[in-house]
Design a protein around this ligand. Structure first.
Ligand code: PEP
Length: 249
């Protein structure tokens, strides 16, 4: 079984100015100086450079929260993978439920974004997860299977292990309602099983849980066998809380 390095990512969403991002990184770095985990910060586009510049020489890596699948073109308001790479950004969140629900992100677009990110040298963090209605109707596995198959359709089997998957049940995002460790483990184990169709990579893929992760619940969630890290929203805005989650992994 390959060793999977714990992966803790801070999704700031549309929070933090350049100045606030700088203050956060300055406060976070001494708190996580000894960590061996992968620590990834996902600022808004405008604060990417500020975080990149401060994290040189540290364990922190930087991810964007979205990108367009084309290299360039008439796509007003969009940013390409190569533009992110030029800033020394290393990863990109794709398919966050807020992008799917509020901005019409489709599985078809994601099937093009995943290979475009990999081709440019960005590590994709692919978010999947079910709505409350789907969970109540016992359709969680069906939703996850459909999203994984569709979104990874154009990723070669030899590159699946480079994708980080974030299981984010939509009913747990920003609601304060966390999946129980058992619910999260069950879904993450199911995701790994689906990935087994893609060959030997499944055991190497990092699978994160996201949805109201806090210092108080992080250790129990991250102790689950198939949960390799966390994608943290609200609690990642405070350097002390986020550092405590990194420490809990
Ligand atoms: C997220 O935005 O990916 C998320 C998990 O948010 P929160 O931790 O606030 O639920």
């Amino acid at each position: 079984m390959p060793e999977r390095t714990p992966y803790i990512a801070a999704n700031w969403k549309m929070h933090k100015t350049v100045a606030e991002a700088g203050e956060f990184v300055d406060a976070l770095l001494p708190r996580i100086a000894a960590t061996q985990h992968d620590v990834v910060i996902c600022p808004p586009f405008t604060a990417l450079s500020a975080v990149v510049e401060r994290r040189y020489g540290t364990a922190v890596r930087v991810a964007a929260q979205n990108m367009h699948e084309e290299g360039s073109g008439a796509f007003t308001g969009e940013v390409s993978a190569s533009m992110l790479v030029e800033l020394d950004v290393e990863a990109v969140v794709l398919g966050h439920s807020e992008r799917r629900q509020l901005f019409g992100e489709t599985d078809e677009a994601l099937a093009r974004k995943l290979p475009a990110a990999l081709a440019a040298g960005l590590e994709p963090i692919l978010c999947v997860g079910e709505t409350e209605e789907a969970r109540d109707a016992d359709q969680t596995e069906g939703v996850l299977e459909r999203q994984l198959r569709a979104d990874l359709a154009e990723v070669g089997d030899d590159r699946v292990a480079e994708v980080v998957i974030a299981y984010e049940p939509i009913w747990a995002i920003g609601t304060g309602r966390t999946a129980t460790p058992e619910q999260a483990q069950e879904a993450c184990a199911f995701i790994r099983d689906v990935l087994r169709e893609r060959g030997g990579a499944a055991d190497a893929v990092r699978i994160l849980y996201g949805g109201s992760v806090k210092p108080a619940n992080a250790a129990e969630l991250l102790a689950q066998e198939d949960i390799d890290g966390a994608l943290v929203g609200g609690a990642s805005l405070d350097p002390e809380e986020f550092a405590q989650i990194v420490e809990a992994a």
